[in-house]
Design a protein around this ligand. Structure first.
Ligand SMILES: Cc1ncc(C[n+]2csc(CCOP(=O)(O)OP(=O)(O)O)c2C)c(N)n1
Ligand SMILES: [Mg+2]
Length: 545
């Protein structure tokens, strides 16, 4: 490819043009699995110095691209070959859609010139992914590659963020073209309606017992400094969801993690910022509390919920206006003290669970041993049913962008792909993957990719030998269960060892800590396979996911 002196006119094959356009958005890494349909994108990556991270299943490539976006707050890139490559990515693309993660997925595609004649893997992907992306299209002219890729990147990064898809017919992708690379500024959030913001601020300041729930879009917007100013200025206790976790450090005096039940029973106002009023938040009903929904874009409003105000747009601007509110205020200190006391009591009540010495092992003991070893910037990845869901109750997050759960789409199998991105994006941080034994079955083969690329992480399997989140509720509903059992004490650590990593099985509670120490010290993908009590029923809550 040649670039002119002004570096604006590009010429080369469409793969080169496409990747050059994405590099202008800071893309320096692609996650992929080989297929001849996408080779020009590899050729472009080699020529342009873009890192290629290849995996063993397209789902892992796409999860890795999504996690890259989450970890870096920038564009993630997955390159999936035609047909099964793209369809194998569908669940992870959907996950990115549910999480508002900015990901560009480039698909290979059978040649346009022979369309309809029955080429290998001739499938029109666009209708398949249209409902799970913000934008999906097919490139028809190599000289249009820069425009099309720039559009895909811009739409993905524009609030409310999400995945976009561009497929590249083989004959178009290999063909030469020419295009201007014009610098593009990604639009930020729209300017919020001042009256709606003022109304929300007045409600927040005037409530007797207000609460804030911080969601992922606060993180995506980089709005955590503004959040902190706002809640410190207005004196409001905060609870957290998804990537909202860590936007205030868990040990901040206004951060609470164990007392969300109070929002339904005691709060008189709940302000949800940057996340949908979905099942995780009781569909936006918190007892008799009024609800304010602060969103990053008008289309993020939850139409089903009754809200007192719903400012939409640039979250930093909205939170800045909250911080600057100078109107009448109620004294929140008695409420904060009450919440703090409840939090302290809840922490005291859970302490015996975290230290449980029961044999067989109670899973909570794993969280106890783990949290004692986590640094403030540790990246914790959740992939599983109960074992992953309940980690959210016990693992505290101190730094933005360090808690990676699968999100409201609830798709198992994200763990190894997320871990790949985490190690690459945060080379100096601890990376921990909490896996259910059921979840481990989806993508554990991608430990091979972790090993090949030299990406160390600590995997902990809560091995109860069952699909626990299904088995216990199924028994409760039917009095029996089917299709809920896995192999008891299966040696997932030996799978990792066979693939070139390391690991061990732990069956006694006092073995967990030393095994974790060995895992953190190992410098390789290391799986600690903890055999836990299948009868251990976690305290149920309405906040799974
Ligand atoms: C891809 C996918 N398939 C099925 C489910 C339904 N599901 C949700 S939780 C769960 C059980 C997970 O079991 P495991 O990972 O062993 O965790 P545990 O609940 O036993 O701790 C299942 C099957 C899902 N969420 N995602
Ligand atoms: Mg299980």
């Amino acid at each position: 490819m040649s670039e002119t002196a002004t570096a604006t006119t590009l010429s080369g094959h469409a793969g080169e043009l496409t990747l050059a356009a994405l590099r202008a958005f800071g893309v320096d890494t692609m996650f992929t699995l080989n297929g001849g349909h996408v080779w020009p994108l590899y050729d472009a990556a080699v020529k342009q110095g873009v890192r290629i991270v290849d995996v063993r299943h397209e789902q892992s490539a796409t999860f890795a691209a999504e996690a890259w976006a989450k970890l870096t707050r920038s564009l993630g890139l997955a390159v999936l070959t035609a047909g099964p490559g793209v369809t194998n990515g569908v669940s992870a693309i959907t996950t990115a859609r549910f999480n508002g993660s900015p990901v560009v997925v480039l698909g290979g595609r059978a040649p346009q010139g022979r369309w309809g004649a029955g080429s290998l893997q001739e499938l029109d992907h666009v209708p398949i992914v249209a409902s799970i992306t913000k934008h999906a299209s097919t490139l028809t002219d190599p000289s249009d590659a820069v425009r099309a890729a720039t559009l895909a990147a811009t739409i993905a990064l524009t609030p409310h963020r999400g995945p976009t898809f561009l497929d590249l017919p083989m004959d178009v992708l290999f063909a030469p073209g020419q295009a201007e690379l014009v610098p593009v500024a990604v639009p930020g959030g729209v300017e919020p309606d001042g009256d709606e913001v003022a109304k929300a601020a007045a409600l927040l300041a005037g409530a007797e017992r207000p609460a804030v729930i911080v969601g992922s879009d606060v993180y995506w917007e980089g709005a955590w400094p503004a959040l902190r100013h706002a809640v410190e200025a207005l004196r409001v206790p905060c609870w957290f969801n998804g990537l909202g976790r860590g936007c205030l450090p868990a040990d901040h005096e206004l951060a609470f993690t164990r007392t969300r039940g109070l929002l339904k029973t005691d709060a008189d106002l709940v302000v949800v910022i940057g996340t949908a009023l979905d099942f995780r938040l009781g569909f936006g009903r918190f007892g008799s509390a009024q609800v304010v929904h602060v969103v990053d874009a008008p289309e993020s409003r939850s139409a089903h919920a009754t809200v007192a105000a719903s400012p939409a747009g640039d979250l930093t601007a909205i939170l800045g206006a909250f911080a600057g509110y100078r109107g009448p205020r109620a004294d929140h200190e008695p409420w904060i003290a009450r919440v703090r006391e409840a939090e302290r009591a809840a922490a005291a009540a859970e302490a015996p669970l975290l230290a449980a010495s029961a044999d067989p092992i109670r899973p909570t003991r794993i969280y106890g041993e783990l949290t004692a070893r986590l640094e403030r910037d540790a990246v914790v990845i959740c992939d599983g049913g109960d074992f992953a869901s309940y980690a959210g109750k016990y693992v505290e997050v101190h730094t933005p962008g360090c808690w990676l759960d699968t999100g409201p789409y609830g798709c198992l199998g994200n763990g190894p792909g997320y871990a790949m991105a985490a190690r690459l994006a945060r080379p100096a941080s601890q990376v921990v993957v909490l896996l259910g034994d059921g979840a481990a079955g989806f993508s554990l083969m991608d430990v091979d990719s972790l090993v090949r690329h030299g990406l160390a992480c600590v995997m902990v399997v809560g091995n109860n030998g069952i699909w626990g989140l299904e088995k216990h509720p199924m028994r409760a509903v039917y009095g029996y269960d089917v299709a809920c059992d896995l192999q008891p004490a299966c040696r997932y650590d030996e799978v990792v060892t066979a693939l070139g990593g390391a690991g061990e099985t732990v069956t006694r509670p006092d073995g967990i800590g030393p095994a974790l120490d060995r895992a953190f010290a190992s410098g390789v993908p290391y799986l600690v396979n903890v055999v836990t009590d299948p009868e251990d029923v976690y305290p149920r809550s309405s906040n799974l996911g």
